[in-house]
Design a protein around this ligand. Sequence first.
Ligand SMILES: Cc1cc2nc3c(=O)[nH]c(=O)nc-3n(C[C@H](O)[C@H](O)[C@H](O)COP(=O)(O)OP(=O)(O)OC[C@H]3O[C@@H](n4cnc5c(N)ncnc54)[C@H](O)[C@@H]3O)c2cc1C
Length: 400
Amino acid sequence: MKNYDFIVIGGGIVGLATARQLQLQFNNASVLILEKELRLATHQTGRNSGIIHAGVYYAPRSLKAQFCRAGNIETKAYCNEHGIPFKNTGKLLVATDETDKQNMHDLLERCRLNEIETEILDQKQLNDMEPNVTGVAATWVPSTGIVDYAEVTKKLAEQVVAAEGKIQTNCRVTGLHEAQNIEVSTTQGYFHGRFLVSCAGLHSDRIIQMLGQKPDFKILPFRGEYFQLPGAKSDIVTHPIYPIPNPDLPFLGIHLTPMIDGSLTVGPNATLALAREGYSRWSINLRDMVDMFSYSGLYKLVMKYPQATLNELKNSLYRPGYLKLVNRYCQEVKLQDLLPFPSGVRAQAVRPDGTTLDDFVFVESERALIVGNAPSPAATSAMPIARHICEKVGNLLANQ
Ligand SMILES: Cc1cc2nc3c(=O)[nH]c(=O)nc-3n(C[C@H](O)[C@H](O)[C@H](O)COP(=O)(O)OP(=O)(O)OC[C@H]3O[C@@H](n4cnc5c(N)ncnc54)[C@H](O)[C@@H]3O)c2cc1C
């Protein structure tokens, strides 16, 4: 049986960017990607807002702040080089009251520290730019863009295969054994590699357990529900419109997002899902539920944000509640405009004490590197994340 230089788990954007970078950095090393689904980008990568984030929100000097800023530039450059459609839309963060305005000024300070270009708009300037949006002020972020990350992943996959990488889909990793090399048990038999990199998104903690380690967090799935607006309303805004996020909450709030195909979506909210890949309210997975409801971190998280948890649940079940959040800054959206659109599920790493892991997290062993936490903006940041992984892999290999 062939012994690969590198085996990568996960056919999302982080896995593909990593596989490509491994080929580039380690002189066309042999690379095998294992993906449990029939096609790539089935989960978070193919079910997100498609924003090329600028890096507004992230703690200065965090990996998120660094990689997002670099990833914004690199994603656009990659799209330009390979003819992948994207748009430099910029984005507006809209303050609707005095509390928002105060939080907006805190965000602006963060942007300054993260060296992100912004401009403050007053009510009139906001109205001139977006006549259907109401607010007392706004922040304009010119470097935000939009893209379809599944298309970026597809192109990366083409490059991996062109450089003789192998992509095995419909192949779930079920066990790992680390000795002189890495033995990977899968639903399609055994594979051997010199080194393993895992980019398994919603299952990252389970891969760490397969290596015999005990992660100090668990992945909790948060479904983000979107709606699409009717075609006649797809141009009510021309830029992504975001609320000013509540600084105490991990998610960004429901936003209006022009998509690269010309449609306009609204979302996502953030409600606990009963399955890690549970895209409808009725999707249930017993293993995931036992895992989740036996975890102290879940209850501590809920106790930290009781009001937000209830509001999210209410607004998920009661559409007028969801609509109210959008109507705070755009009254043009009406109840009948909320047409069905596929939801996404975020992998949110939560510690046993209920705190959320905010930054990207990597877990190492002698022959493996696992991406433990890669939430938004990991799609924007995939290329810098891949370089970071390869640097770490290089160091680990040098010590063998
Ligand atoms: C609702 C939502 C909105 C978002 N919006 C944005 C945005 O606008 N901009 C942005 O930058 N980011 C956004 N994100 C975040 C971004 O989508 C993710 O951070 C990114 O896609 C993570 O990529 P990944 O490759 O790590 O994970 P995934 O895309 O989830 O890929 C992981 C892959 O691993 C596979 N896998 C898992 N376990 C196994 C196993 N045992 N064997 C084999 N294969 C396995 C899965 O099938 C999956 O295909 C959003 C996320 C969500 C959910």
